[in-house]
Design a protein around this ligand. Structure first.
Ligand SMILES: NC(=O)c1ccc[n+]([C@@H]2O[C@H](COP(=O)([O-])OP(=O)(O)OC[C@H]3O[C@@H](n4cnc5c(N)ncnc54)[C@H](OP(=O)(O)O)[C@@H]3O)[C@@H](O)[C@H]2O)c1
Length: 544
């Protein structure tokens, strides 16, 4: 392959393999012909059997009988097999307490794939080949015998299947058990071998700065920081990765991407669903820690970061995001009152159906103080963003499921804009993360006919129709990257701690106060106080 290649031109799988000398600056992209960039694509889909693309490895999944495994991990792994993206030496070794034979485990995983693979056709041939790579060991994490058994099974599989000695440990278990697993893995010698070792840790990572730091230091006793992959599956979403491509692969918007032109930014992650069974976890966690500390702050960092001057690889991307997160000044208690709004839903109607309030949900404490909604105004104190409000909002039981980022630009100063409704921003760039990935740009246009009446119109990019192919799920992307050794879509210790530094003072202030919950009806966009928070600066939430 000649000349420099920009990592974004490659299929995700191959990015980790890029030689630093082959990385190019973003400006190089525009100088490449479309034909040349297409030549760099790897035609995965054309191979009749699993191709030898990725390194062979064993993924040991703790919590293999749990909800995450069934709903997300197994469907994602099956899809990777379906797309021929796994090597023949790829093996999954699941473990949890429930006694299951390999065959019973495979049968359960088959049910999960059939139930939760939303947009993938079930293919008996692919499944049979893939199912042969699934193995299971039952045992309790607190029992050292489990880890001995895993070691024995790993050795047997390696001999029988000619797999390599590369191992990913995936902790899909309760966070209170992360340290026990990592230390037992180390104690029985599974943490080292002829091949590489990687540890994927699910969220939540700690519950404040001190606990996150302590968790990292405990994990470091068995794994090096470079081997720890902290999961934030939002980073695996195609639309989020596309923000980097949009910002740094194009020359148009970057000159406007600063406090001179951007009036404010709104980041919304709304869900119409309620608890979906995860009652104990959610009741103790709340919207702030469940969504804002990780997903929404990662989105903010993606929007606000500088272009990594040393190239698009994990370390430089993490460095830039970390700088942004550390530039958010934590709120003082009196600021929390003005710049942070908690909410909890009461009964209401969504999609024409009556739904109950949070406190009436099964197994929820009738006096629960958990916030199911949170809205914040944050400021990034650096040269680029000083004084620009970043509004973050997330909630359950909202009118619809939507995750989007709206960049609102300053209005034009001229009188030609007379006659335009003051209700809407004239220039707005919106990244839609879900349900339909895309980007739209709103601007004013002259209404046909006499006079100069302006009306907002928009230019839309729809990812699905433009590319005509399915976007991989977030878990497909992040799993593939961990196997390829690319941590770009994972978070690092300092990023996690910076996130907690933003959230912790708000958590502390909210714990001290008794709120008048419920304060929004299910099926609405949250409490009135969240609207008032924006209105004080002359802004209003998008309700598209
Ligand atoms: N579910 C999601 O959508 C989701 C989303 C984001 C993050 N996460 C994170 O993913 C992790 C797992 O969540 P989950 O919803 O899958 O939990 P879950 O449904 O409660 O499953 C927990 C799993 O851990 C196993 N387990 C529990 N105690 C064990 C022990 N002492 N020894 C061995 N295995 C044990 C259980 O095995 P048995 O059933 O055999 O007892 C089960 O397989 C959590 O950290 C969660 O925060 C989950």
């Amino acid at each position: 392959m000649e000349g420099p290649i920009h990592p974004m031109m490659l299929k995700r799988r191959d990015r980790g393999k890029l030689d630093p000398a082959q990385r190019s600056s973003p400006s190089d992209i525009g100088q490449r012909s479309v034909r040349e960039s297409m030549r760099l694509e790897v035609p995965f889909q054309d191979h009749p059997q699993f191709e030898q693309g990725l390194l062979a490895c064993t993924v040991i999944i703790f919590g293999a009988d749990g909800d995450l495994m069934k709903r997300k991990l197994m469907p994602a792994l099956y899809r990777l097999a379906y797309d021929r993206r796994l090597s023949p030496g790829f093996v999954v070794l699941g473990t949890s307490r429930t006694p299951l034979s390999d065959e019973q485990f495979r049968a359960k995983m088959l049910d999960a794939v059939k139930q939760f693979s939303e947009d993938t056709k079930f293919d008996e041939y692919v499944w049979r080949a893939f199912a042969n790579s699934l193995f299971y060991v039952a045992g309790d994490i607190n029992d050292s015998q489990l880890f001995q058994n895993l070691g024995t099974r790993l050795a047997e599989i390696k001999l029988a299947r000619h797999t390599s000695d590369n191992v990913v440990f995936y902790l899909a278990i309760q966070p209170s058990k992360y340290v026990a697993v990592a230390q037992s893995v180390g104690a029985v010698g599974l943490g080292r071998g002829d091949g590489w070792r990687r540890l994927i840790v699910e969220k939540p990572f700690g519950f404040d700065v001190a606990s996150a730091r302590e968790l990292s230091s405990q994990l470091h006793r068995a794994f090096d920081e470079s081997e720890i992959y902290r999961m934030d599956h939002y980073l695996g979403k195609e639309a989020l990765q596309n923000i980097l491509a949009f910002r740094f692969g194009n020359g148009i918007f970057e000159p406007l991407w600063n406090r001179r032109y951007v009036n404010h930014v709104q980041i919304t992650a709304a869900e119409s669903v309620g608890l979906e069974g995860r009652v104990t976890y959610y009741q103790e966690t709340g919207a702030l820690a469940d969504m804002i500390q990780n997903h929404l702050l990662q989105i903010l960092a993606t929007i606000a970061m500088e272009s990594p001057s040393t190239g698009f690889h994990a370390t430089s991307i993490h460095d830039e995001k970390s700088k942004v997160l550390r530039s958010i000044k934590p709120m003082m208690p009196e600021e929390v009152r003005r710049r942070a709004v908690p909410g909890q839903y009461g009964p209401g109607r969504i999609g024409g159906e009556d739904v109950r309030g949070f406190r009436e949900e099964p197994n929820v404490n009738s006096e629960a103080r958990t916030e199911t909604f949170a809205a914040l105004t944050l400021f990034i104190e650096n040269q680029r963003w000083a004084g620009v409000p970043f509004y973050l909002r997330t909630g359950k039981r909202m009118p619809k499921r939507i995750t989007e980022i709206a960049i609102q630009f300053n209005d034009a100063p001229l009188a030609v804009t007379e006659g335009v409704s003051v209700d809407c921003a004239s220039n707005e760039l919106v990244f839609r993360v879900q349900p339909e990935e895309g980007i739209s740009l709103k601007f004013l246009s002259k209404r046909p006919g006499p006079g100069m009446t302006l009306r907002p119109v928009s230019m839309d990019f729809h990812q699905a129709s433009s590319f005509g192919e399915r976007s991989p799920s977030a878990y497909e992307n992040v799993l593939l990257d961990a196997i390829a050794g690319d941590a770009s879509l994972y978070t690092r210790q300092d990023m996690v701690e910076a996130g907690w530094s933003v959230v912790e003072p708000i958590q502390d202030a909210w714990r001290e106060k008794q709120f008048d919950f419920p304060n929004y009806a299910a099926g609405t966009w949250g409490p009135a106080a969240a609207d008032e928070m924006l209105a004080r600066r002359g802004h209003r939430w998008r309700t598209s």
